[in-house]
Design a protein around this ligand. Structure first.
Ligand SMILES: Cc1cc2nc3c(=O)[nH]c(=O)nc-3n(C[C@H](O)[C@H](O)[C@H](O)COP(=O)(O)OP(=O)(O)OC[C@H]3O[C@@H](n4cnc5c(N)ncnc54)[C@H](O)[C@@H]3O)c2cc1C
Length: 525
């Protein structure tokens, strides 16, 4: 059988495409390396109390289990990626904390050309909620109340992040989640379940795609490994192959298909030998470059009366009985979301003239060596406009991913901007009676020294880049030099998103789906 569309990978981008491409009536195949996740998709995994409840829930449906992913990855962590990364139906959207922010115009100038239609489609599918518990109660409101008070004291305004998407300077909002009816929802519900109902759509689980099979610039099929056996699928004569395997997964498939820089292709050739596509067919593109993440820097506060942060990781196997019942019966309580409660943004113009955005996310909780009750955590992310670019590549021999060049705060202007951001926000601490700053400890260090000598992990799992639009794919998301190979996922974004990236990725995939289903496009660009 030959397929009109073959999509590789079911992260948020792959799920949007599964729905939108199969809606055309054309045969659509989704190849996913992992297994089913949510109950509705066939997933049945979870702690015994959840399975015994007879509720239609798997571990992936319960938003509060976000914290359990790192403690109980149980085969859902991508085996070749040395950072948190979900290899399961939904990809990152199955294991993340489901924070959902639609992107301001500047994030996706390419999408913006179309008067925000893609944004409207994404909003309709995933409206988002700032009050995820179905009892209407705001659980653990302290971080919003206390830190919101601090920001008001500095003259910042409260906004609705998804209604006023373009307001990202000196404002704060309640954290918004992509959850639906107290369950994870998001792309796994709104897009995947629509696709799954269609007779022209099929998904193969456990299919780890190794490479596209191509004659010069035309893909004729894909090769994947399932249950340790090598299999192939065929693409129809005028079919399209779309890689949505994420920043790491899509780059690796490109390299294994002979597309990328020579140093990476030679690492693969050393392992695959004659099985590798001949050098005469290699296509030289900067795959793996342009890597960005949101560099995270933590701030810890103490405030009397906040109490001990909820033990989300412990709740996986041993929940507080009332909380388990509240969730099972009403989809309410602490387990109806992760504990992020406030997001804040401001913009700073650097000495290089570039305007950078900084996002701060707050919750009850801690970082570093601080333990005990009454702790609040704010995470600072340098987001849109950062100029540091890193690079990923492969490890010789086992072909696991590795960072070749760090994407974290290398340029002077990026570092200076984070310092300035801290100086501006921490000015507010003195305005809130009882609020005490623990990290950084400004009695023993300066903000400047703290940022420059920071020793906690910087990673936020908000990767973008590696197959950037303009250098690896064109404005139709087609791989340069190829006739019918496309990349649609976080890897084609050219710069870090203003907020947590899932909203921008869904909007980008909506626009890509429009392009992929059009016969002709782009004459006016
Ligand atoms: C722990 C964590 C927390 C996060 N929190 C948030 C948050 O709260 N809000 C937010 O907006 N963002 C968050 N993110 C980031 C967000 O989840 C990602 O940006 C997003 O999922 C990336 O989407 P994607 O479609 O590019 O690919 P991915 O989500 O990376 O999905 C790629 C998919 O491809 C599959 N795949 C990979 N290789 C192959 C192959 N060779 N063959 C077949 N299938 C393959 C994988 O199994 C996976 O399903 C978080 C990420 C993590 C890991």
């Amino acid at each position: 059988r030959s397929w009109d569309y073959i999509i590789v990978g079911s992260g948020p981008a792959g799920l949007v495409l599964s729905d939108r491409l199969s809606a055309t009536g054309k045969s659509t195949l989704l190849l996913e390396a992992g297994v089913a996740s949510t109950y509705a998709s066939g997933g049945r995994e979870g702690p015994s109390w959840l399975r015994d409840s007879n509720e239609p829930l798997s571990r992936f449906d319960v938003p509060g289990f976000f914290g359990a992913f790192l403690a109980h990855p149980d085969g859902h962590q991508c085996p070749d990626i040395p950072f948190p990364a979900g290899c399961v139906l939904g990809g990152g959207s199955a294991v993340n904390s489901a924070l959902w922010f639609l992107p301001p115009g500047g994030d996706l100038p390419w999408v913006d050309e179309e008067e925000g239609e893609a944004v409207a489609k994404a909003r309709k599918k995933i409206p988002g909620t700032t009050n995820p518990s179905m009892d209407g109660k705001m659980w653990f409101p302290e971080s919003f109340d206390i830190l919101g008070k601090m920001m008001r004291s500095l003259g910042w305004s409260e906004v609705d992040a998804n209604k006023e998407m373009d307001r990202k300077d000196r404002c704060f909002a309640r954290a918004s989640f992509g959850n639906t009816d107290g369950e994870r929802g998001g792309p796994l519900t709104s897009y995947f379940l629509a696709a799954e109902k269609r007779p022209n759509f099929e998904i193969v689980y456990g299919a780890r795609v190794e490479r596209v099979l191509r004659t010069a610039g035309k893909v004729v099929g894909l090769e994947f490994v399932r249950d340790r056996k090598r299999e192939t699928v065929n693409l129809a004569e005028d079919g399209k192959a779309i890689l949505s395997a994420g920043v790491f997964g899509s780059a690796k498939i490109l390299w294994q298909s002979g597309i990328g820089t020579r140093d990476q292709l030679e690492i693969i050739k050393a392992v695959k030998g004659d099985d590798m596509i001949p050098e005469t067919e290699w296509i030289d593109l900067p795959v793996g470059y342009n890597l960005q993440d949101h560099p995270a820097t933590y701030v810890v506060f103490k405030y009397p009366g906040v109490g001990t942060a909820y033990n989300y990781s412990g709740a996986y196997e041993n929940p507080i009985p009332e909380d388990a019942q509240n969730y099972l019966q009403h989809r309410a309580g602490p387990l109806a979301s992760s504990n992020a409660r406030i997001s804040m943004w401001h913009e700073i113009k650097g000495s290089d003239g570039v305007v950078r955005t900084l996002q701060w996310n707050g919750r009850t909780g801690t970082a570093g060596n601080f333990t005990g009750p009454d702790l609040l955590l704010l995470t600072n992310y340098l987001t849109h406009g950062q100029t540091t670019r890193g690079r990923i590549g492969l490890t010789p021999g086992n072909l696991n991913h590795k960072i070749l060049e760090s994407p974290y705060l290398i340029t002077k202007e990026d570092v200076d901007t984070v310092i300035q951001s801290f100086q501006e926000v921490l000015e507010g601490v003195k305005n809130v009676e009882g609020l005490e700053l623990l990290l950084p400890d400004l009695a023993t260090t300066t903000i400047d020294e703290f940022i420059r000598n920071y020793s906690l992990p910087r990673g936020s799992s908000h990767w973008i880049g590696s197959a950037a639009m303009g250098s690896v794919v064109d404005y139709e998301t087609k791989v340069l030099g190829m006739e019918n190979l496309y990349v649609v996922d976080a890897s084609i974004l050219t710069g870090a998103t203003t907020s947590n990236p899932m909203g921008a990725i869904v909007v980008m995939a909506e626009r890509a789906a429009e392009l992929l289903t059009q016969e002709t496009w782009g004459c006016d660009l």
